[in-house]
Write a protein that binds this ligand. Structure first.
Ligand code: PBG
Length: 353
């Protein structure tokens, strides 16, 4: 169906429908809602811990008990979905804390579910915070990130999260075929009903910097005895920023393997990819406004260079306009409260003017 844009001045005046807040609301094409927001949290071992993250002002690492208090606040904001990232107390070359039944994420999910059974808990499924080398998979003898072995482990981690009570698992490692392995592993263990949100088009972005401080998950450069070097970046598995066609292939692959939600990440620098994804596929597309995007706005707002609320709402609205149905943002709780303040003007005020 083609639309025809024949509006011409003076019969058409674009300003007519911009005259008042109520008119602007009437013709608004997209709006934000608490239902679509996902709030990420970093969880670590300990008791009563609420540790500030330096590179992400107003964000914290919580111990499982302390997260409960935080979730009460989140509930009041109208946001009812969280995404959990774990910081293990120990790391090793295989990242074996990641699939332990009493690992930090598994423990936290159980703790949350006792108190908030209806909160939707998504867990990030990856190895980078659990491996000493900080890569999202296992390293082979040549120092490469081994694909299939890593993807199988990702499947084991997903199962351990589902066993703990996770509602959705979100593999973020960017190994080929991981959705296939995760789906197969979940199904084998009786978790056919657990959806997969795949980080399908995840770019090797500089905007993950603050996250890597928060999750202590920066990839390390390693010099192997044989002379090889493992690089301190994720370019061999995450996507190359100049590519959009490739993103569609990645998305198609993950959807065929069984992804229920596909994600584009980061958001702001990849709005074109979000838009293409939405136009091409019929599964829900999620946009992840990542740590660096959060930190940019936060830092500028703290300096008084821009108005935080307006800037944040504009950025997330852009993702919605591009077609994203789900918005993952460290501002989720704050946006929830902002949206509650934004009640429409009273009818009387409109007629009296
Ligand atoms: C783990 C993972 C990362 C993010 C989400 N999951 C970091 C990375 O790929 O280095 C980044 C999120 C953010 O920056 O907010 N693989």
């Amino acid at each position: 169906m083609t639309k025809h844009y024949l509006n011409q001045f003076p019969s058409f005046r674009g300003r007519r429908m911009r005259q008042s807040e109520n008119l602007r609301r009437l013709v608004r094409e997209t709006r934000l809602h608490g239902d679509q927001l996902v709030m990420p949290y970093f969880v670590r071992e300990g008791r009563a811990v609420r540790e500030p993250i330096v590179s992400m002002p107003a964000q914290y690492r919580f111990s499982p008990d302390a997260l409960i208090g935080e979730l009460e606040e989140l509930e009041a904001s109208g946001v009812h979905t969280v995404l959990l990232f774990g910081l293990p107390s120990q790391k090793d070359a295989q990242g074996s804390e990641a699939w332990k039944a009493d690992g930090i994420v598994q423990k936290t999910v159980r703790h949350i579910k006792k108190r908030f059974s209806k909160l939707t808990v998504i867990t990030d499924v990856c190895l980078c915070a659990y491996t000493t080398h900080g890569h999202c998979g296992l390293l082979n003898k040549r120092g490469e990130v081994a694909n299939d072995e890593s993807a199988r482990l990702i499947g084991d981690i997903a199962v351990s999260h589902a066993e703990a009570g996770a509602d959705i698992v979100a593999p973020s490692d960017m190994m080929d075929g991981r959705v296939h392995f995760v789906r197969k592993a979940l199904d084998c263990h009786g978790f056919e009903h657990i959806p997969i949100m795949s980080y399908a088009a995840k770019y090797a972005s500089s905007f993950y910097g603050p996250f890597r401080e928060a999750a202590d998950s920066a990839p390390q450069e390693i010099h192997l005895e044989g002379g090889g070097i493992v690089p301190s970046d994720r370019k061999s598995y995450q996507m190359d920023p100049p590519n959009a066609e490739e993103a569609l292939r990645e998305l198609a692959m993950d959807i065929q393997e069984g992804a229920d939600i596909v994600m584009v990440k980061p958001a702001l620098a990849y709005l074109d990819v979000i838009c293409k994804a939405v136009q091409t596929f019929s599964v829900p597309v999620a946009a992840y406004q990542v740590s660096g995007e959060y930190a940019m706005v936060k830092a500028a707002a703290e300096q008084g260079f821009l108005k935080e609320k307006e800037a944040v709402l504009e950025l997330l609205t852009a993702c919605t306009r591009a077609g994203a149905k789900i918005l993952i943002t460290y501002y989720a709780k704050q946006i929830g409260f902002w949206l509650q303040e934004e009640q429409p003007q009273a009818y009387q005020q409109v007629t009296a003017s």
